[in-house]
Design a protein around this ligand. Structure first.
Ligand SMILES: Cc1ncc(COP(=O)(O)O)c(C=O)c1O
Length: 380
């Protein structure tokens, strides 16, 4: 099955009782057994649920994995992946990751005996040097949030295999339409399904995809034991969203390319970071590794933080909102919103300045998106 067909059909079969073409919402906590010791494949929804299972199979297929395991948020999926490790273990992590991920690593998991080293994963040698005997995982986010750093997943996989450690890739920004890390040697792919996969700002969710049976068994065990599971209705809404993923992503990318070029040519804009621009330091790698550049970018205005604030307050079409990856264009101030819990010194060291504006370009008519930014920039 080709990718676009998998998006629509993978894991989805007509409902066995009614023939319903859309998988039903099995909104149930439990299932009546036929007799003691004999169920019909389901016993309790924390462990498994038919609607959730369809979504898990669908998302696994999109990332070329055999197994998908759903969680109630992207962060719950990150947490489950890290639960492969234990006290005393060490993780090498991309230095530019979603602020909620580093908050979890530094303020929760560090209290449970895990240690983290943040490195520029765009530089494979730096990653290799950071690995210690107790390192068990390499956690990579590409393109990264919010600085759109691009990491070479194949190079990371060589390093991880040499060291005998897990390679986990947060591929939320790229989606399986543009990047399939398992095909490049990763052990685990993680997505916040809140973003492009569901695509319509309708749910919070996360998924882990793997081709390794040992990891799947562990993730299923963690899922059922801890219970950070999405409800059946959220899984159903996600399934509806996924069905147009392959149609939405090219539109996000085309719109973002046009918006990035508009911003780059604007005299009030100091710098635009978008992997699809030739000015992006890893444009060549992004072009080779990904089949499209997705809809996320950041930019900085010449007037710094005050100018950025003026633009964010002046947009009318774009929503000033925390999230990304949905049909609506959204604008965010990472320093006070998504990355507020990254300590200020660390933000500065990462290049995550107070004037940075993040834009999630939607699928509206691009002329309207640009017109909105133009009128907002005029007020900066
Ligand atoms: C790259 C990335 N990873 C993980 C997450 C966490 O996902 P969620 O908000 O669904 O918990 C986010 C959320 O913004 C994200 O942008």
């Amino acid at each position: 099955m080709k990718f676009d067909t998998k998006v629509v059909h993978a894991g989805i079969r007509p409902d066995p009782t009614t023939g319903s073409i859309v998988p039903p919402i099995y909104q149930t906590a439990t299932y009546v057994l036929d007799e003691v010791g004999r169920d019909r494949g389901f016993d309790y929804t924390r462990s498994s649920n038919p609607t959730r299972q369809v979504l898990e199979e669908n998302l696994a297929a999109l990332d070329s994995g055999r197994y998908g395991v759903m969680f109630g948020s992207g962060m719950a999926a990150v947490d489950a992946a890290l639960k492969l490790l234990g006290a005393g273990d060490h993780v090498v992590c991309s230095d530019d990751v979603y602020g909620g991920v580093s908050r979890h690593f530094n303020n929760v998991l560090a209290n449970h005996g895990l240690a983290f080293t943040y490195v520029d994963s765009a530089r494979p040698e730096t990653v290799r040097q950071a690995i210690r005997p107790e390192t068990k995982m390499l956690w990579v986010e590409t393109p990264s949030n919010p600085l759109l750093k691009i990491t070479d997943v194949e190079a990371m996989s060589v390093i991880a295999k040499e060291a005998g450690i897990y390679l986990a890739v947060d591929s939320t920004f790229a989606t399986p339409v543009y990047l399939r890390p398992l095909e490049l040697g990763a052990d685990i792919v993680m997505h916040s399904t809140t973003k492009y996969l569901s695509g319509h700002n309708q749910i919070i969710g996360g998924v882990l995809v793997t081709d390794r049976e040992d990891l799947f068994d562990r993730f299923k065990f963690i899922q059922k034991t801890i219970g950070a599971v999405p409800g059946p209705f959220d899984c159903w809404l996600t399934l509806l969203g996924v069905k147009t993923l392959h149609l939405r992503m090219p539109r996000h990318s085309e719109n973002a390319q046009a918006v990035a070029e508009f911003l780059e040519g604007h005299d009030k804009v100091e710098r635009v970071t978008y992997p699809g621009l030739a000015s992006h330091p890893r444009h060549a790698l992004a072009s080779a590794q990904m089949s499209g550049f997705s809809g996320m970018m950041t930019f900085e205005l010449k007037g710094g933080v005050e100018a950025g604030r003026a633009v964010m307050n002046a947009v009318e079409l774009a929503g000033l909102a925390e999230s990304l990856g949905a049909v609506e264009t959204m604008i965010t101030h990472p320093a006070t919103m998504t990355h507020v819990d990254v300590p200020i010194e660390e933000r500065r060291a990462r290049g995550l300045t107070d004037g940075l504006v993040r834009l999630s370009v939607g699928i509206e008519d691009v002329d309207d998106i640009i017109a909105d930014l133009e009128q907002a920039l005029a007020k900066a």
